[in-house]
Design a binder for this molecule. Structure first.
Ligand code: NAD
Ligand code: USQ
Length: 383
């Protein structure tokens, strides 16, 4: 089975490409390297020294004997996309290739426009390419739990059954995203749903929570395969940032009261969830939505867990409650369903002391690469 990983040079995509390759899928990677460019433009860098993609796939070939062809292509350019697909006609496309930072999308009007054009046009081009030439290909699209926002009722997996004035229907779950980036994912979902309803395409939207961790079985095999691990105030995400902050003795950056609750998962579960989605494809015409996270935590809970794990290693870490640069609820109800991937066979790696230890040790190993000036958040949602 041929699987094209779009965005396969990134954090989730690289780990997934190697995982699927090791499981016997015929994998190719398509990426424009634009994320490496954004890092350069922002003056930020991953904690880990990541190799160039060509070196990465060469080393993988050396270790596993498996080829991963690379297509350097910007999916907002339709001709480049369709010619890549013709050279590698996929049975499934896993689409990670978007601008994925909420703060980045809120830097300025230009950044918001760039994010939404990159994400919405890229996904639309994939949908048209499938409609025109690969109608049976299963699109596995990375969405986000942040599409739902933080409603004061339980969050279902994509759809909710509503009774209204004596009539009943099952409809897309209401969306209240919290950034221009998260909005782009909602726009994508609507476009993909339309393509399934009207053209009969098959798609799975994986509404993923915040990912943490860095090692997977495959990326841990060799230094050249090492994955990126972002810690800066734009691309770094909560738990990963806290571990790296602890390693360099920076106070943990909890925004506001820290009661913001989100779904989280280990990157080892990201790769497995994608594998499960591919192995059990959506039906033609079906727009399937799976909530991809394993546990819920508040930001403050995570900071306290990191503080405790660090203390056990002899590191003294403070927790700072900073003025929240974002506009979001800091105390709220959050109860999201996540049973569909478990039903498909996911066996979660829950957050454990050993994972925190391993992530902290990893951060300590590379701590000399940290530029502490990049840690505090600088992008504000208002003003
Ligand atoms: P990343 O920035 O590490 O990787 C994204 C990759 O996509 C990069 O290599 C980039 O160069 C590529 N890309 C972006 N636009 C492209 C384009 N127009 N054409 C070709 N390639 C393009 O991001 P990530 O953390 O791996 O996230 C991957 C996906 O998963 C995103 O869609 C993101 O929204 C989603 N997601 C991530 C997280 C997380 O915590 N990291 C959580 C939930 C959902
Ligand atoms: N937060 C802090 N301190 C920090 C960083 C974040 O308190 O140092 C808070 C934020 O205010 C927010 C929460 O932690 O309430 C999550 O923020 P984040 O930066 O870890 O994650 P987020 O911006 O939501 O985005 C990340 C990925 C994105 C993905 C999303 C999944 O970058 O691609 O879509 O997680 S979800 O959060 O479920 O929408």
């Amino acid at each position: 089975m041929k699987v094209l990983i779009i965005g396969g040079d990134g954090y989730c995509g690289w780990a997934t490409a190697l995982h699927l390759s090791s499981k016997g899928y015929e994998v190719a990677i398509l990426d424009s390297y634009v994320r490496r460019l954004w890092d350069l433009q922002l003056g930020v860098s991953t904690l880990t020294p990541i190799a160039q993609l060509e070196q990465r796939v060469d080393r993988w070939k050396g270790l596993s004997g498996k080829d991963i062809p690379v297509f350097v292509c910007d999916i907002t350019q339709y001709e480049a996309l369709i010619s890549s697909l013709r050279r590698f006609p996929p049975d499934a496309i896993v689409h990670f290739g978007e601008q994925r930072s909420a703060p980045y999308s809120m830097i300025s009007r230009d950044h918001a426009v760039m994010t939404q054009v990159n994400n919405v046009v890229g996904t639309l081009n994939i949908l048209y390419a499938l409609k025109e030439e690969f109608p049976d290909c299963h699109l596995v699209k990375l969405g986000t739990m942040g599409e739902y926002g933080t409603p004061n009722i339980d969050i279902e997996e994509g759809y909710i059954t509503i009774e209204h004035n004596g009539r009943k229907d099952t409809l897309p779950y209401p969306k209240q995203p919290g950034s221009m980036y998260h909005l782009s994912k909602v726009h994508d979902s609507h476009n993909i749903h339309f393509a399934c309803r009207v053209w009969g395409l098959r798609a799975t939207d994986l509404n993923q929570g915040v990912v943490y961790g860095v090692l997977t079985d495959e990326t841990g095999m060799d230094e050249v395969l090492i994955n990126r691990l972002d810690y800066d105030g734009v691309f770094g995400t909560a738990l990963n940032r806290f571990c790296i902050q602890a390693a360099v003795g920076h106070p943990l950056t909890v925004y506001g009261k820290g009661g913001q609750t989100r779904g989280f998962l280990d990157i080892r579960d990201t790769v497995r969830c994608v594998e499960l989605a591919i192995a059990h494809p959506a039906e033609p015409g079906q727009f399937r939505v799976l909530n991809q996270f394993t546990e819920q935590f508040s930001v403050e809970q995570l900071a306290l867990l990191v503080q405790k794990a660090a203390a056990a290693m002899g590191l003294k870490v403070e927790v700072n409650y900073l003025e929240n640069p974002r506009v979001e609820l800091e105390e709220h109800y959050f109860n999201a369903k996540n049973t569909k991937l478990l039903d498909l066979g996911l066996q979660p790696h829950y957050l454990s002391d050993s994972l925190l230890d391993s992530l902290l040790n990893f951060a300590l190993k590379y701590k000399d690469r940290v530029d502490v000036k990049q840690i505090l958040p600088r992008v504000k949602w208002k003003g």
